[in-house]
Design a protein around this ligand. Structure first.
Ligand SMILES: [Zn+2]
Ligand SMILES: [Zn+2]
Length: 455
């Protein structure tokens, strides 16, 4: 069979990337993530898929494709689908966001996962704390410049800039020509030149097919592009104006954002305080010499929240949390030092504000994507209520992890593949606007339909 790629997710949706690349009898899964709205018609915070039914509850609503030889014994044991030995040779992962990794937990752990070295460190940190979807799989690590082969396919991973460290795109040589996959990318982050490296490598390989993300190829995207340095500039202004506590919600694995707020703290004499989970991640990531990561203890402090009996006893905490207890700052410590603290606080930890009791007049920075659906709007209302309750001002400040539509168009033109399959976008057909000269064929993906690399 000629080499081909089949999309099972990321089809007309942002996230949920699930692709299968086949060459001869060799099959590779390229990302296997959870869609952002996966199952929201049937499941929400009050109705969840049952663990006992493995992948069965997801099969019911077609939230996972029923592919033979892919899933684990555990995922299938109580379902109507019979387990068979793996027919897949590898999972190749672009980066550690759940919309790319989330469903790997159902894949047979006999199948190895290929990921970047930084991603493997993030996986280690999550395994030690709240769990990783890669758990149990043999991990094969790569870096930019490496080449690895899976059957007749040769993979060239090339770093890209994104809102989590260790993000990659791939150039893949198959027996029927070359294909390229962008993963998620942006040019406006602190390491935008890495995405440029990927574009150059892909162009030089003259790919027949390009699988590209298009998150912001959308009618509503205004091309507005706050960069990470701009976030820092605005944050500095806000922190300087604030006389009491500053607290912020942001993704703790966005190390660029951690550095941005760490820098803002350095310049204003505040201490950045993060959760134990983020502290553990930062500690693991210090092993990556190429990453700039603030040191726990020296540069950032850890928030010590009350658990179980509420007395800060070792037995109140998980083993991985215990080393942080003696160095942790309690709610009372934060209140005493509030003029000198910048606290990272996820929304689910907002009840901590009841213990902290900060003085009114502080600043809250929502350093995440603005609400884009009903669920997001509901969360925003809750956040605004909490912020109002403590008498703080609410500020929105964020640099997107994704390139604006116009820059995606430039990437498509630069790489100039013969065929373009837009994924990780709600508007694949909008890519037609980048093809004024008609130099390539637009192939909007169809769930479960194979697209040959060549032709
Ligand atoms: Zn994504
Ligand atoms: Zn991502």
């Amino acid at each position: 069979m000629p080499p081909r790629v089949t999309c099972y997710g990321g089809v007309g949706e942002i996230g949920g990337n699930k692709f299968v690349l086949e060459d001869g009898g060799v099959k590779v899964v390229l990302d296997f993530g959870t869609g952002f709205s996966d199952g929201s018609d049937y499941f929400d915070s009050s109705i969840s898929p049952r663990g006992v039914n493995g992948a069965g509850d997801l099969f019911e609503f077609d939230l996972l494709p029923q592919i033979p030889g892919l899933y684990s014994v555990k995922a299938l044991q109580n379902t109507r689908v019979k387990y068979t030995e793996p027919e897949f040779d590898a999972v190749v992962l672009s980066h550690f966001h759940s919309d790319h990794t989330g469903r790997i937990e159902y894949i047979d752990p006999k199948i190895p996962v290929f990921c970047g070295e930084t991603t493997s460190l993030i996986h280690d940190a999550y395994t030690a704390s709240t769990g990783s979807p890669l758990h149990g799989h043999p991990i094969r690590k790569f870096r930019t410049g490496d080449r690895f082969t899976i059957g007749p396919m040769e993979f060239h991973p090339v770093h890209v800039d994104h809102s989590i460290p260790g993000a990659y795109g791939f150039v893949v040589h198959t027996s029927g020509g070359t294909m390229a996959y962008t993963g998620d990318f942006r040019f406006h982050g602190p390491a935008g030149s890495m995405t440029r490296d990927f574009v150059d490598a892909a162009r030089q390989a003259k790919p027949k097919l390009l699988l590209t993300e298009g998150t912001r190829v959308a009618p509503g995207d205004d091309g507005g592009n706050m960069s990470e340095p701009a976030v820092k500039k605005e944050a500095l202004k806000m922190v300087r104006e604030t006389k009491s506590l500053v607290f912020s919600t942001f993704r703790g694995n966005d190390v660029d954002r951690v550095n941005t707020f760490f820098d803002a703290c350095q310049e204003t004499g505040r201490r950045l305080v993060v959760s134990m989970k983020v502290a553990l991640l930062l500690e693991k990531l210090t092993a990556d010499r190429r990453l700039r990561v603030p040191r726990v203890g020296r540069d950032v402090d850890v928030y010590l929240r009350r658990k179980k009996k509420g007395k800060f006893d070792d037995s109140d905490y998980y083993t991985w949390e215990r080393p942080f207890i003696t160095k942790g700052l309690t709610a009372e410590d934060i209140r005493k030092k509030q003029k000198k603290v910048f606290l990272h606080l996820e929304a689910w930890n907002f009840p901590e504000l009841i213990d902290i009791k900060p003085d009114r007049g502080g600043t809250y920075i929502h350093a995440a994507t603005e609400a884009f659906n009903e669920e997001g709007e509901k969360e925003e209302t809750l956040i605004r209520n909490w912020v109002g309750h403590v008498g703080f001002r609410y500020a929105q400040l964020h640099a997107s992890g994704h390139a604006p539509g116009s820059e995606v168009g430039e990437l498509v033109r630069d790489i100039s593949a013969k065929k373009v399959v837009p994924i990780h976008t709600e508007y694949p057909e909008l890519f037609g606007q980048f093809n004024m000269e008609g130099n390539w064929a637009l192939e909007p993906p169809v769930r479960g339909k194979a697209v040959p690399i060549d032709t």
